[in-house]
Design a protein around this ligand. Structure first.
Ligand code: HEM
Length: 417
């Protein structure tokens, strides 16, 4: 028997999506009492699904493809046109190796140690100032660290501009108007710069150690054995660099979580690395970042009695799945201890996507994100003292991406010995 999917009435609900942001899918899941419903966005029928079983369905590559799922305006700002996010099957798996190889254990370790040094240097700088905006400063720390790690030259005077450009691409995702155009201009500038560097490596004008990301991007070969065209090589290198700068958002939320849960500071102070990890996992679950993801139905099928027709856009609810009551006890309470049992979290915990790390689309940067959050949390707890003045620490659940409104101002920064 075929079940009818609950349908939102009306011609188009794109404006509601812009207004409701992270809560667009969860609000309707609640209203319809259904983890699946149908709506209309950007003039098209869209099926939205939420929860662990929905995530498992979404990552079935026989039933879903990524080609055609991402609006062009998002490709032109956030991801780059026709990049890894839009690929399927063997070509996709091959492209993924570029990311997985560079982000292997050795690669992660090297980036963590460079980042530690940048944190130490920043801490020294901050002592000479009254106050800093943590979100901005962490952007600069991560930008300096990842460029050095990748072999991408970056003069001291360029750090702020380069970091702000990477951030503007991320910030453009849910945007119409000025934020969109800022993101687009930032992408044009950054692609031009990275393309120039890749050409220098290819023509032998720039000498660089082979294991570095810039060299790998310049020489990476597609399935047919040809190097990527220079634009695509630049886009994928940017897909490696930009999201590292975006971790500044999670790190700022980590500092906010410490502030909002004074008692956890003491617990973490006495705890070990496992406690740090549980804390950052809970930050990735609790605070908003990626709202949802899209894929296209590859062939007609029926799921739980509901018909999915070839060509339909399906959105999986990330924010709602991370706050789903069937998965999480008291989901709107911040409680790191819930991560005591180390599950594999293939489909139930999906802040950076779900499914298989090697063959699927799950974020290849998840491991390094966790490690860089841990390093930063360690600094915030063990290596520095600071005050948090009165400010607007609220964050929006409708602006995508969200972050604390003040950027988190900290004052009277001193090292802890
Ligand atoms: C994919 C989130 C950090 C590189 C994704 C996806 C999400 C995500 C939701 C989509 C998964 C899917 O399509 O099924 C995040 C968040 C981050 C983060 C919230 C925190 C800042 C990183 C980092 C890197 C990275 C640090 C690289 C250094 C990528 C790439 C993809 C991806 C290349 C595309 C994978 C594919 O389509 O095969 N990320 N990510 N991300 N992420 Fe991340």
């Amino acid at each position: 028997t075929n079940k009818i999917i609950p349908q939102e009435k009306g011609i188009d609900h794109t404006l509601k999506l812009l207004k409701e942001g992270y809560l667009f899918i969860p609000n309707r899941v609640k209203a319809y009492q259904s983890s699946i419903f149908e709506t209309r966005l950007l003039g098209k029928k869209v099926i939205c699904i939420s929860g662990k079983h929905a995530a498992k369905l979404f990552y079935n590559e026989e039933l879903f493809q990524r080609k055609g799922a991402l609006p062009k305006r998002i490709q032109k700002t956030l991801f780059g046109v026709n990049a890894i996010q839009t690929m399927d099957d063997e070509r996709h798996r091959h492209r993924r190796l570029f990311f997985l190889d560079l982000l292997n254990e050795a690669g992660q370790k090297r980036l963590v140690s460079i980042t530690k040094i940048k944190w130490q240097m920043a801490l020294r700088r901050w002592q000479a100032t009254d106050e800093i905006v943590l979100l901005d400063e962490v952007k600069y720390i991560l930008c300096e660290a990842v460029c050095e790690w990748a072999g991408v030259p970056l003069g001291q005077s360029e750090v702020k501009r380069r970091a702000d450009d990477f951030y503007a691409m991320v910030n453009a995702i849910g945007a119409v108007g000025p934020k969109y155009w800022q993101g687009k201009r930032a992408r044009t500038r950054t692609e031009a710069c990275i393309k120039g560097l890749i050409e220098e490596v290819r023509t032998g004008k720039r000498h660089i150690v082979p294991h570095l990301a810039l060299y790998q991007a310049a020489t990476y070969k597609d399935l047919e054995g040809n190097v990527l065209d220079v634009q695509m090589a630049a886009i994928e290198l940017i897909n490696l660099l930009r999201p590292i700068i975006a971790i500044s958002i999670f790190i700022t939320f980590t500092a906010l979580a410490l502030y909002e849960h004074e008692d956890s500071k003491e617990k973490l102070g006495q705890g070990d690395e496992r406690d740090l990890e549980m804390f950052v996992q809970e930050v990735r679950r609790y605070y908003p970042f990626a709202p949802f993801l899209g894929a296209i139905v590859r062939k007609n099928f029926i799921w739980r009695g509901c018909k999915f027709k070839k060509g339909t856009l399906v959105l999986i609810d990330i924010y709602g799945t991370n706050h789903n009551e069937d998965i999480w006890n008291a989901p709107y309470v911040f409680r790191p201890e819930r991560f005591k049992d180390q599950g594999a979290h293939v489909f139930d915990f999906i802040p950076q996507g779900g499914g298989n790390l090697v063959t699927g689309h799950r974020c290849p940067g998840e491991g390094i994100t966790i490690e860089l959050m841990k390093v930063s949390l360690d600094f915030l707890i063990h290596k520095m003292k600071f005050d948090i003045p009165k400010q607007d620490l609220s964050y929006s659940l409708t602006n995508i991406p969200s972050s604390p409104r003040s950027g988190l101002i900290i004052r009277n920064i001193q090292p802890k010995y």
